[in-house]
Unconditional design. Structure first.
Length: 128
């Protein structure tokens, strides 16, 4: 990826899907920590979706709620990310979903990339 400086604040890159603006201020683009949290949440969601599909679970929808804790005294670094999945489907088996969550954590490249530096907590609830 190549990033170019914007005249006002921040940087941007062009990717196959479109333009991505990144800046330290909300009004100029996505903030770097938002992209970090998004990467972990969406990577986990994609892996979870595949794992549940392989387990032959009928999933109608998955909503992801993600939040981050930051330490102001340490350059506002992200110390913890909580990812909560709201899984909707028919006859969902809680025990199977628990197993799927373990496999998801193990196979999400973004979660694996931050292990040891950022605590990642994943939870779920079943919506019938």
């Amino acid at each position: 990826m190549e990033f170019k400086m914007k005249p006002d604040v921040g940087f941007y890159t062009e990717v196959g899907f479109g333009r991505l603006d990144v800046a330290g201020e909300d009004e100029y683009g996505f903030r770097p920590y938002q992209l970090l949290v998004s990467s972990i949440a969406v990577c986990s969601g994609g892996v979870l979706r595949k794992v549940l599909g392989k387990m032959r679970m009928e999933i109608k929808d998955i909503h992801i709620q993600a939040s981050a804790e930051r330490i102001e005294e340490e350059a506002n670094r992200v110390s913890k990310i909580h990812v909560h999945f709201r899984i909707e489907g028919n006859s969902l088996d809680e025990k199977k979903i628990e197993k799927a969550m373990v496999l998801t954590r193990k196979n999400c490249s973004m979660v694996q990339s931050v292990i040891g530096s950022i605590e990642v907590e994943e939870t779920f609830e079943i919506i019938s």
